[in-house]
Design a protein around this ligand. Structure first.
Ligand code: GLA
Length: 393
């Protein structure tokens, strides 16, 4: 049995204590991943120091639990076919033990193809063996990235020219193979599909045992790319839920190429989307502003709301956008967004989102109660700005 306690004052009204069986990824997984900052340069020392810093910065206690080693850790297979790490990672089991000793969880990366996107050893033909090895290393999270398996899909298509579903079905079978292999280890492992949203993984992800699936191609540390991904998630809310989440890719907050307002837009959108929150920054270089964005307790509580209902677009008008997310206890999270280059007013009709007699409005980024409001609520947003609200009865 598990007790999920509430983390924020704003949520005292919105939810009650939950009692329930522990479920893998009952709420969107949170943690850190090596790719967005370290990419192919990541080493064992970087990962250990990320684990240390998740603790010392307060990120772990804010909920960022998974420490995920992305691509480029893989070395060669031995004569028995067992995968070993390369010289950058002297001992994966010891690394996993270190991560666990800090109260964190250990994530790793592979591909259904022969090669990962970085050209390292994938799991093709070794799925059960690799799943067993990961379980022995104490792995708690696997990101499984299509990469070179795309060649196998093209081959399947060439062999079955008339079959319009052959690529999709072959891909689903490959993802199911690893999903079954992970299940067979008996270890709870978050299974994260990465195939860039091709063939609507939100429709078949749960069937292959996935806890989350990427809905898009890669994010990068730019406002243009981040909003292109974030706002394109409209319409997907019905596919996310406890144990199976839409994943619009990892966070770029703290990587330095967006303004604080743009990073607040990023975080606001991701928590409204019930997205997994995998920080992708250098934790040794976080500014106070980065910390205030990544560790805003009320924003995180929206993301982790026990109801697990993903938010969606309410309306869009030119560069202005309003999104809402139903929360437990009858509360609603609201995101007001200004994508334009000038200061703009953005409004939401509180009656339209279930507060006919008005509601208490809390500004999450300002950490301020705005009082009881009814009718149309308007805020003035700076360029590329976002206002994140929690409305309660
Ligand atoms: C793909 C994934 C990224 C990252 C890289 C690693 O591009 O989408 O998230 O894992 O591969 O090579």
């Amino acid at each position: 049995m598990r007790i999920a306690a509430l983390v924020s004052f704003a949520f005292l009204l919105c939810a009650a204590l939950l009692f329930g069986e522990t479920k893998t990824a009952a709420t969107p997984p949170m943690g850190w991943n090596s790719w967005n900052h370290f990419a192919e340069h990541v080493t064992d020392a970087d990962v250990r120091s990320a684990a240390d810093m998740l603790v010392s910065t307060g990120m772990r206690d804010a909920g960022y639990i998974y420490v995920n080693v992305d691509d480029t850790w893989q070395g060669k297979r031995d004569a028995q076919g067992v995968i070993h790490a390369n010289e950058k990672f002297p001992d994966m089991k010891t690394l996993g033990d270190y991560i666990h000793s800090k109260g964190l969880k250990f994530g790793i990366y592979s591909s259904p193809g022969a090669k990962t996107c970085g050209g390292y050893e994938g799991s093709l033909g070794h799925e059960a063996q690799d799943a067993k090895t990961y379980a022995e290393w104490g792995v708690d999270f696997l990101k499984y990235d299509l990469c070179s398996y795309n060649d196998d899909l093209l081959k399947a298509q060439a062999e079955h020219p008339g079959d319009t579903n052959i690529k999709k079905n072959t891909m689903i079978a490959a993802y199911k193979k690893m999903g079954d292999a992970l299940k067979a280890t008996g270890r709870p492992i978050v299974y994260s599909l990465c195939q860039y949203g091709v063939d609507q993984p939100w429709k078949w992800g749960p069937e292959v045992g996935a806890s989350m699936w990427r809905t898009t191609d890669d994010i990068d540390d730019s406002y243009g790319r981040m909003i292109a991904i974030g706002f394109s998630q409209a319409g997907l809310s019905k596919y996310g839920g406890p144990g199976h989440w839409n994943d619009p890719d990892m966070l770029e907050v703290g990587n330095g190429k967006m303004t604080a307002d743009e990073y607040r837009t990023h975080m606001s959108l991701w928590v409204l989307l019930a997205a997994p929150l995998l920080a992708g920054n250098d934790l040794s270089k976080m500014t106070d502003e980065d910390k205030s964005i990544l560790m805003n307790k009320e924003a995180i509580a929206i993301d982790q709301d026990p109801l697990g209902k993903q938010g969606d677009r309410l309306y869009e008008s030119g560069d202005l956008d309003v999104w809402t997310r139903p929360l437990s206890g009858g509360c609603v999270a609201v995101g007001l967004f200004n994508r334009s280059w000038s200061v703009r007013d953005v409004s939401v009709d509180l009656a339209e989102i279930g507060f006919k007699s008005g509601g208490n409005v809390r500004d999450v980024w300002k950490q301020k109660d705005l009082g009881h409001k009814s009718g149309v609520f308007t805020d003035t947003l700076v360029k590329h700005g976002a206002t994140l609200l929690i409305v309660s009865k």
